[in-house]
Design a protein around this ligand. Structure first.
Ligand SMILES: C[S@@+](CC[C@H](N)C(=O)[O-])C[C@H]1O[C@@H](n2cnc3c(N)ncnc32)[C@H](O)[C@@H]1O
Length: 412
């Protein structure tokens, strides 16, 4: 079945604040090109400010031509990103929303920044993370995307490589591969045609590839994601793909650091590597919203979340918790008796050192596993898996996470 209609449901909370955030995200997509062309123009200006003799040498290297090629790549990215927000229908559009009187103004620098993706010029463990920053602006029509917003947009382009390109296959194999194997092993006595009776939840599903793959295996699968960047981009891929490789993007064109050659800067990636269709009768959805709000609260008495899920697959997710105790409690509560929790990921606590006054509990791996046992899990199949996350495989800098993999049974 095509994935049209249906498949991105809105979670329960849709506050004014979230609508405003959504509107800012859409503005960020729309201003991608002017922001990045200006950044590239800075290079041009710096070049023209050099002594003439230096300019001549750099010209012989083709540096100016390289800048022109980067402009073209940015324009190609713009065309792709505009398709994502041409009609931001999944949240009912991006109409202007009134400003809240009492919202605090938070300068760019206050948005703390932690995610598993590394900006190519970052040497440290500094990352961007998907929690809505609260920015206040006097005129909604004049929203000026921040460096933080643009970093998230660039991360989305790299995430598209991870989830939906042939280049990302190796990275997916490393992380999603063992998780899918564990899922199939847990349900090995279930005939394939009966898999659709088993519900699998993928919290923090990013651009949705793992959830889609699980649905392709025949399970009833639901992804959950709260980043508007991720939701908008996955909506385009899942619902608007007409043929494989229909889009060409240039995800590595934004930083000139740690590149061995020009080709690695201007590397074109085509997406998606597959046409994301599912057989008729497949059960697949993405639910937009916060994991704790959606799965941690009982609101629909006809279908309580408790015991609802036969498998929960957390990939690079558990360290997004402010309070890991609550994450583990929810995972335990919503898992069916005999259900399996499959985890793979590092412990890059996303809220560590935040300056938004959010709480953050940061455990080491031994503590996380001990906590999981205390909450009522029996951990099995533990191992360490070396995995990359949105890495530029042609760059001169690469990070490898020594991720923790396990499967866990609910025993209490
Ligand atoms: C590091 S990414 C991993 C994405 C995907 N699982 C993968 O392996 O590519 C973590 C994802 O969790 C999402 N996320 C973080 N906190 C969340 C929450 N409380 N509820 C739902 N999604 C959340 C982020 O927006 C991000 O897409």
């Amino acid at each position: 079945m095509p994935l049209s209609d249906a498949d991105i449901e809105e979670g329960k909370s849709s506050s004014l604040h979230q609508q405003r955030h959504f509107s800012n995200v859409v503005a960020t997509f729309r201003k991608y090109s002017s922001y990045h062309l200006a950044a590239n123009n800075r290079r041009r200006k710096d070049l023209f400010a050099l002594p003439q003799a230096d300019q001549v040498l750099l010209d012989q290297l083709g540096y100016k031509k390289k800048l022109d090629e980067v402009d073209k790549a940015i324009s190609a990215n713009e065309q792709f990103l505009n398709q994502i927000v041409v009609d931001p229908e999944i949240f009912g559009g991006d109409e202007d929303v009134p400003e809240e009187e009492d919202e605090a103004t938070v300068p760019d620098s206050s948005s703390h920044s932690h995610s598993h993706s590394h900006s190519s010029h970052s040497h440290s463990h500094s990352h961007s993370h998907s929690h809505p920053p609260s920015h206040s602006h006097s005129s909604r029509k004049e929203y000026k995307p921040t460096a933080f917003d643009m970093d998230k947009l660039r991360s989305t382009l790299k995430q598209l490589v991870r989830d939906w390109s042939a280049e990302g296959q190796e990275e997916r194999e490393t992380s999603y591969g063992p998780m899918k194997e564990a899922l199939l092993a847990h349900f090995s006595d279930i005939p394939e045609e009966e898999r659709r009776n088993f519900r699998v939840l993928v919290p923090g599903s990013g651009l949705g590839r793992l959830a889609y793959d699980v649905a392709s295996l025949g399970f009833a699968c639901q992804g959950n994601e709260f980043s508007h960047y991720m939701l908008l981009a996955s909506f385009l891929i899942l619902n608007k793909t007409e043929r494989p490789n229909m889009h060409t993007i240039y995800p590595y064109v934004h930083s000139f650091s740690n590149l061995p050659d020009r080709a690695s800067l201007l590397r074109a990636i085509t997406i998606p590597d597959v046409e994301p269709t599912l057989p008729r009768g497949s059960v697949f959805s993405l639910v937009a919203g916060d994991f704790e709000e959606i799965y941690g609260k009982e609101s629909d008495l006809n279908e309580p979340q408790a015991g609802l899920w036969d498998a929960i697959m957390t990939c690079f997710f558990i360290d997004t918790a402010k309070n890991i105790v609550n994450y583990l409690r929810i995972i335990h509560k919503i898992l069916a008796p005999g259900g399996v929790w499959i985890n793979l990921g590092p412990l890059l606590w996303h809220w560590e050192d935040n300056n938004t006054n959010d709480p953050s509990v940061e455990l080491d791996l031994v503590e996380v596993k001990q906590l999981a046992r205390m909450v009522g899990f029996e951990i099995e199949n533990e191992r360490t898996i070396d995995a990359t996350y949105t890495t530029n495989s042609r760059g001169m800098l690469g990070y490898t996470y020594r991720t923790a993999f396990w499967t866990a049974k609910k025993i209490i």
